[in-house]
Ligand binder design. Structure first.
Ligand code: HPA
Length: 282
C-alpha cells in the first residue's frame, strides 16, 4: 500500500515531501530517523545535502538538545535516503501532530522502508548500557490509553484500524542481524515500551514495565512505528541502551555509560548502512 499512494496525502504533506524530493533530485527509497546520539558521521553514508526542518514547509522543529533538526539527503549503503536528524516527541507539545506529519511526509516521498533508531533505558537485566536492540515488538502505552498517534481524522491511504501484528518487519530484522554479524557487532532482540515522558520512570514503574514484558523503554519510536505501519511502510526499529531505566547514575559510572552508548551509536549507523546495501533483496 505504501509506495505508489503518495497522491493520497493532503496537500500540506505532499508539499513537504515535494521539497525533499526536489532537494535530493530523485525520490528516496529509504527513510531513517536518527535517535539522540546517533549520528551519520563515520559510517560511510554519503550525505550530499542538508535541509533544515525550517526549510521544509509545515515540518515541526525539534527543540530537544542533541537533535539538530535537519533532513540529511544522499545515499545510505548506496540507497537514496532521507535521514531525519532530530525528531518531534509527544512530550514537547502534548500532541502527536509533529511526529505524524514527519513520518507521513517521508511516506509521501515514496520510501518503502523506514528505519527508526532511538536511545532507550534498559528494563530487562540483560539490557546493559551499550546494548544494541533490534526491536521485535512494542508496548505503546500512550496508544493503549487513548493517545495513539492515529487518533483523529484518518489521514492518507491507510485503513482506519491498521493491524500492528508484525509491525517490525521480520525480514529487515534478520537482515540487520546478519549485517551486525558480518561487522562483528553484538545485537540483542527485545520489546520496546513507549512512555509519554519527559520524566524518566520510577523504579516501581520499571518493575511494572518488566512485568508487562518490556525489555527497553523510550519516548519516541512506537508512536512513529504506528504511523509508519498505517502508511504501509516496512519498519526496522533499533534501540541503543544508554542507561538502566529507573537508576540514578553518578560519577565514573556515568562517563562509562556515555562511552558505551557512544560506541553503540556508531555501530548502529554501520548496521543501517549494511542493511541498506542489500535492501533490494530483503
Ligand atoms: N526511560 C525512557 N526513555 C529513555 C530512557 C529511559 O530510561 N533512556 C533513554 N530514553
Amino acid at each position: 500500500m505504501a509506495a505508489g499512494h503518495e497522491d493520497d496525502y493532503p496537500a500540506d504533506i505532499r508539499r513537504a515531501a515535494a521539497r525533499i524530493v526536489e532537494e535530493l533530485g530523485e525520490p528516496p527509497r529509504l527513510g531513517v530517523v536518527l535517535g539522540s546520539g546517533i549520528g551519520a558521521a563515520g559510517a560511510g553514508w554519503e550525505i550530499t545535502t542538508r535541509l533544515a526542518y525550517t526549510d521544509i514547509p509545515g515540518f515541526a522543529v525539534s527543540t530537544v538538545a542533541g537533535h539538530a533538526g535537519e533532513m540529511l539527503l544522499g545515499r545510505v549503503g548506496g540507497t537514496l535516503a532521507a535521514v531525519m536528524s532530530g525528531r518531534a516527541h509527544f512530550y514537547e507539545s502534548g500532541s502527536m501532530d509533529g511526529l505524524t506529519f514527519a513520518i507521513r511526509t517521508l511516506a509521501a516521498t515514496g520510501i518503502a522502508t523506514l528505519v527508526l533508531t532511538n536511545s532507550a533505558g534498559g528494563v530487562a537485566a540483560r539490557m546493559k548500557p551499550g546494548t544494541i536492540v533490534l526491536i521485535e515488538d512494542h508496548l505503546a502505552l500512550p496508544a493503549l490509553a487513548g493517545g495513539s498517534s492515529l487518533v483523529g481524522p484518518n489521514v492518507g491511504p491507510g485503513p482506519r484500524f491498521p493491524a500492528m501484528a508484525g509491525a517490525y518487519d521480520a525480514g529487515l530484522r534478520e537482515a540487520a542481524r546478519r549485517a551486525a554479524d558480518k561487522l562483528g557487532i553484538a545485537v540483542a532482540g527485545g520489546v520496546y515500551a513507549m512512555v509519554g515522558g519527559p520524566n524518566f520512570e520510577t523504579p516501581a514503574e520499571v518493575r511494572m514495565l518488566a512485568t508487562l514484558g518490556a525489555d527497553v523503554v523510550g519516548m519516541s519510536t512506537a508512536a512513529e512505528a504506528i504511523v509508519a505501519r498505517h502508511a504501509g511502510l516496512r519498519v526496522l526499529g533499533i534501540s541503543v541502551v544508554t542507561n538502566r531505566a529507573g537508576a540514578v547514575v553518578v560519577g565514573d559510572e556515568h562517563a562509562a555509560v556515555l562511552a558505551a552508548a557512544g560506541r553503540a551509536a556508531k555501530d548502529v549507523a554501520r548496521i543501517v548502512g549494511r542493511v541498506a546495501e542489500g535492501l533490494e533483496r530483503v
